[in-house]
Design a protein around this ligand. Structure first.
Ligand code: ZN
Length: 600
């Protein structure tokens, strides 16, 4: 028992003695400008960073006026990971957050461009054992500048730097203390298990480029400082440490440069790129949730175009215009958002449309989707993004009608009792349009909605009447409509002739996919329209009028009433009657689709 105690005592003395010997051997001196040599007796041999002990070996810290001074390279670069640069009289310590410039012999330092006072001026010291000179910096001041809790244990000669929670990162080679939650990555609702997570830094949702490419099925390649992510013909090229990127061949400026981020604690790193830009450039749905720090990508290919919406235009606060005669679809926002769309991309990775462009004029912003043929469009808004699905009209709409207002342009049609056919047919079609617009469940292509429209009528585009008729059947056949209805007004030399007739062509009386034939449609329309007009009942008839003969779907032509008859003309002059006739056409179409559903 006694022997054992003695052994312990000897051991303790030996450790103590050894420590003193070490301190004496690593004596530190400095020489001032008058040649006066100072020898530092009290040394700091251990530095603790976030609880982890680091031995300062042959380059210990020293105490000056009760304050700890530490060697620049060992303490601040090697242990704390700061970037150091120096001149003969200054030294700069840099992390992602702060830059501090110290001057030899001065108690003034520049921190992020502002002057701060130091307790002790930096000075150059010589380590006697290694015969090395280095700059000594005030530990407590540096802790304060870079956001560490600081303490010094004089008994054990241990100086401590501590930060609670957070993650020590290297951000593009700069030490960075990340205080937020790491970003959790999700693809189609499933969490991605990654060695290194994403990080939200400088308002940028950094995600690991290689890992997210793999999860999204995107081709990833890195060459030098370029990262290329490719999906089909669409690609985004990032330049590491630079904000200039290329998105689908066009220059694009990022808010924050892609960078290499290393999680120092777990010793894993990755090239990081902004998640939102990746998603928008390559056409994925994307949601950044700042509440729980999650980045959710959606691979779903149902919606091929993603249009970010400015906050004021969200919740369907926009208009659309299907300009099908020009093969384009417009989303119209109230306000000038040209700068918004310089930083928020409209993505079109599936070539759903030939071209997407954004134009602003008269306080409106138009997002224009241009195609080479008539397409259907389905919209869905989610989390501030307007998703657009593009397809053939039949792929998009389950009920398609082509509604034709007869004549128009330079062709007035029949005339009588002070009115013209082209105006009457247009009034009826536009009255029906009000009902279709309100309903919204049936896609209606109108051959014309004005009297000056030149796309379809024999107007300034030089079309004659026969090609005008051809243009009408072409439209119906191109969109592969389910139904075609042409509205006309009758005329006769005998001014007593009056009433309603509905025509179909016996040469075009095949049933459509829903089992509806032209003759059945003609009967339904007749029953409905004849009531609304309230004139004579002249019946359903057959004829080979061009528009009902050369259409590929159940097609009818309504001779609403006689312009040559005084009473019928009064009906056609009445707004109330026009509205009722328009509604009778709308009702016919609704019940035709109800009774003979298309099955789409
Ligand atoms: Zn006519």
């Amino acid at each position: 028992m006694k022997k054992w105690f003695m052994a312990l005592m000897i051991c303790l003395i030996f450790i103590g003695a050894n420590h003193i010997v070490y301190a004496e051997q690593t004596m530190v001196q400095s020489t001032d400008k008058n040649g006066q040599i100072t020898t530092y007796g009290e040394l700091v041999s251990t530095m603790k960073l976030n609880g982890k002990e680091q031995n300062l070996n042959n380059m210990p810290g020293v105490i000056v006026d009760g304050k700890v001074m530490l060697p620049r390279y060992l303490a601040f670069k090697k242990i704390m990971g700061m970037k150091i640069s120096h001149t003969s009289t200054t030294i700069t310590l840099k992390t992602k957050e702060h830059t501090a410039e110290f001057t030899m012999g001065s108690t003034k330092a520049l921190v992020d461009g502002e002057e701060v006072d130091l307790a002790i001026a930096p000075f150059s010291a010589k380590f006697v054992v290694t015969n090395e000179n280095t700059m000594m910096l005030p530990a407590e001041d540096i802790a304060k500048i870079f956001g560490y809790e600081y303490s010094y244990d004089a008994v054990n000669q241990v100086v401590s730097f501590e930060r609670e929670g957070g993650i020590e990162l290297s951000y593009g080679g700069l030490s960075y203390y990340y205080k937020d939650e790491p970003i959790d990555l999700y693809v189609d609702g499933k969490e991605v298990d990654t060695a290194i997570s994403g990080f939200f830094i400088d308002e940028c949702d950094f995600v690991p480029a290689w890992r997210i490419s793999k999860e999204l099925g995107v081709k990833y390649s890195k060459s030098g400082k370029k990262i290329t992510m490719t999906r089909g013909k669409y690609k985004v090229v990032f330049n590491i440490y630079k904000t200039n990127a290329t998105v689908n061949g066009k220059a694009y400026t990022l808010d924050v440069a892609p960078t290499y981020i290393k999680d120092k604690e777990n010793n894993v790193g990755a090239y990081m790129v902004p998640g939102k830009v990746v998603a928008e450039a390559l056409g994925f749905g994307y949601e950044w949730n700042e509440e729980d720090y999650s980045s959710s990508f959606k691979k779903s290919e149902e919606y091929q175009i993603a249009i970010p919406l400015p906050e004021d235009c969200q919740d369907e606060n926009y208009e659309t215009n299907d300009d099908y005669f020009n093969n384009r679809f417009e989303i119209i926002l109230d306000g000038n958002y040209s700068s918004f769309y310089k930083t928020n991309l409209v993505s079109n990775p599936y070539f759903a449309v030939d071209k997407v462009s954004v134009s602003t004029s008269n306080g409106k912003t138009k997002i224009i989707l241009q195609t080479s043929e008539i397409k259907g469009y389905r919209l869905k808004e989610e989390n501030g993004i307007l998703y657009v699905k593009v397809g053939t009209p039949k792929e998009i709409y389950d009920k398609i009608l082509v509604l034709d207002a007869g004549h128009g342009g330079t062709d007035p049609g029949a005339a009588g009792n002070g009115i013209y056919e082209n105006n009457c047919t247009l009034n009826i079609v536009n009255a029906a349009k009000d009902y279709f617009d309100e309903d919204g469940s049936i896609k209606v292509y109108y051959t014309r909605t004005t009297n000056t429209q030149t796309n379809i009528t024999s107007g300034s585009n030089g079309l004659n009447t026969s090609t005008s008729l051809r243009a009408r059947t072409d439209l119906a056949n191109k969109v592969d409509a389910d139904l075609f209805i042409s509205v006309h007004i009758n005329s006769a030399g005998n001014t007593t002739a009056r009433g309603t007739e509905v025509y179909y062509s016996a040469n075009n009386n095949k049933k459509n996919s829903g089992g509806l034939s032209a003759s059945k449609l003609a009967q339904m329309a007749y029953d409905s329209v004849v009531k609304a007009v309230g004139s004579s009942k002249r019946g359903v008839k057959t004829a080979n009028f061009y528009v009902i003969r050369y259409t590929n779907m159940p097609a009818i032509l309504i001779e609403t009433a006689f312009i040559s008859n005084k009473q019928d003309a009064e009906i056609l002059k009445s707004d109330k009657k026009i509205d009722q006739i328009g509604k009778s056409i709308y009702d016919t179409v609704v019940s035709a689709f109800d009774k003979y559903p298309t099955g789409r």
